[in-house]
Design a protein around this ligand. Structure first.
Ligand SMILES: Cc1cc2nc3c(=O)[nH]c(=O)nc-3n(C[C@H](O)[C@H](O)[C@H](O)COP(=O)(O)OP(=O)(O)OC[C@H]3O[C@@H](n4cnc5c(N)ncnc54)[C@H](O)[C@@H]3O)c2cc1C
Length: 505
């Protein structure tokens, strides 16, 4: 009997299995011989390094020999070129999907995970709280099941998956040889929106690029008569600036198509089982955050299962926490796509974009303010959409302005400040942890913008000058971003966790 069976050896499966094995649990991972769409290239941004480090995978990925991802060059909604450069000494990665999976599986193997590769799962059953997983060759039993089988969704598809019905996306993927002669930024991911689709290109070497067009078979005017090669070529002609950048690039090998439609899940955690990574939800690759999302989901899943295996009484709270976080992550990513879709609607005015903007709004129930930058959704420790949304509240803006104008900070604990125990990640477990509440934010808030509000609110009354408070906050080794620290301080006052002692200016 195993403690956990993980289905799938992609970033989510390999990472969750490795982390659980490092906690001392007996884990079996079952996966196909090769991942779906192994020819796909994935742009992993520099911001993924923090997560890769947290899950202990940075060294393995750095050592896999992927081309450094030096940044993005974007032509979106007809606007002028926008180029974002990642730090030269800490770039992201341009990974081929099969290579990434090999690196991640190596990590799981060295953590002690028992890996069955090349034996896809055929059936999953549960009896008396024990899972049995059939591979055709053998039956494996375990206490926990982690479905990390990606779009395949071995368990998710039973009745948990919620497809996005309004939009449908197909990725046309080709490999192109480009001399790169005129490209000043050959290590960049290139992205361009056009009237009825969008294209992007990921370099795999100095001369070869993966070129992809994202189309909606119902709405994009596709050159169907010319087969997949002709369709991709015709889409690339629409992406004029990206194509210009590729110069006289030419196709090197046949074009493939793979499904890329969006979906979420009605529940991400049920007794004894979790949906991890893309098995639970799929976000638009527009963000280049699929791998990050898979890693953060895996990290949290390993904490939840570890907690449940060690502390029976925390089972319910841990499952609820996971379900809430994964729903929140999906909702936040969808919300973040709204401004991009809105801009594309304004520029291109095509149903391809209109339907996407509308579907994202419906999925998030949101009118999300364009200017609210918000928390990185792949940081599951601190994602709290209620608090994030409150950062945009006029009370926070007023508090922020008053803090700026005051000669002395002069704050004390707010009159409606209280605490309530809520599940949170504490160390390597889910535990009940005091969260702050007030009349303005009654739900219970612990972190905002990666700032520990409990610590901030405890420290603030002892300091008259914000720089001194900031220094004291960082004294435990934290490296809080100053802008985020000030946003959190503004929120603490705006939400009534803190209040001004006197109205001195
Ligand atoms: C066209 C396209 C482009 C993308 N581009 C990017 C990008 O640039 N950057 C980025 O970060 N993300 C990108 N993504 C998203 C990214 O690929 C995924 O988010 C990420 O791979 C999810 O990891 P995962 O481990 O959850 O699932 P997957 O990587 O899909 O892994 C699923 C695993 O389950 C296994 N499996 C499936 N069925 C079974 C079965 N029956 N039995 C056993 N094993 C099974 C598979 O073999 C595989 O190992 C892109 C996705 C698409 C479709």
């Amino acid at each position: 009997m195993r403690d956990a069976i993980v289905i799938g050896g992609g970033p989510a499966g390999a990472t969750s299995a490795a982390l659980l094995a490092r906690h001392g649990h007996r884990v079996t991972l079952v996966t196909r011989a090769v991942p779906p769409a192994p020819w796909l290239a994935e742009s992993v941004p520099a911001s993924a390094r923090k997560l890769l480090d947290r899950v202990g995978a940075l060294e393995a990925v750095e050592g896999a020999g992927f081309l450094p991802n030096e940044g993005n060059t974007v032509w979106w909604a007809g606007r002028p070129e926008h180029s974002e450069r990642f730090p030269a000494d800490e770039p992201g990665f341009h990974a081929d999907r099969a290579g990434l999976e090999t690196a991640m599986l190596g990590l799981a193997r060295s953590a002690g995970v028992h890996i069955l590769q090349g034996t896809p799962v055929r059936e999953v059953g549960r009896d008396s709280e024990v899972w049995s997983v059939e591979t055709g060759a053998e039956t494996i039993r375990s206490r926990w099941l982690l479905d990390a089988s990606g779009r395949g969704g071995v368990f998710a598809r039973r009745d948990l998956r919620l497809k996005e019905a309004q939009t449908s996306t197909l990725a046309l993927v080709g490999r192109w040889v480009c001399d790169g002669g005129s490209d000043a930024e050959p290590g960049h991911t290139l992205i361009e929106s056009y009237e009825d689709g969008w294209a992007w290109s990921v370099p795999l070497s100095r001369t070869e690029r993966c070129v992809t067009a994202m189309v909606d078979p119902r709405r994009t005017a596709l050159a169907r008569k010319h087969g997949l090669d002709g369709m991709l070529a015709s889409e690339m002609e629409k992406a004029t600036r990206l194509s210009d950048r590729l110069g006289d690039g030419r196709s090197a090998g046949k074009t493939r198509a793979c499904p890329a439609s969006l979906y979420g899940a009605s529940q991400y955690a049920v007794p004894g089982a979790l949906l991890v990574g893309d098995a639970g939800s799929f976000i638009d690759p527009l963000s280049s955050y699929g791998v990050k999302k898979a890693l953060s989901s895996a990290w949290l899943a390993s904490i939840v299962v570890h907690t449940a295996l060690m502390e029976d009484e925390m089972l319910h709270a841990a499952l609820e926490f996971y379900d809430r976080q994964e729903k929140e992550v999906y909702r936040t990513y969808r919300a973040r796509s709204i401004p991009f879709f809105d801009d594309a609607v304004d520029a291109h005015g095509h149903p391809f974009w209109e339907v996407r903007a509308e579907a994202a709004r419906r999925a998030t129930g949101s009118t999300v303010a364009k200017e609210a930058p918000g928390q990185d959704p792949s940081d599951p420790v601190s994602l709290d959409s209620e608090a994030e949304a409150f950062v945009g509240d006029p009370r926070v803006r007023r508090a922020f302005e008053e803090i700026r104008d005051r000669a002395e900070l002069g704050v004390r604990a707010g009159t409606t400040l209280s605490t309530v125990d809520r599940p949170a990640v504490v160390g390597d477990r889910i535990a009940l942890d005091p969260h702050l509440t007030s009349d303005a934010l009654p739900g219970g808030t612990r972190f905002v913008r990666n700032i520990d509000l409990r610590r901030l609110v405890r420290l603030a009354p002892g300091f008259d000058q914000v720089p001194d408070l900031y220094e004291a906050y960082n004294r435990d080794g934290s490296t809080a971003d100053l802008g985020e620290f000030l946003a959190a301080l503004g929120l603490a006052v705006g939400a009534g966790f803190l209040e001004f002692e006197r109205s001195s200016v």
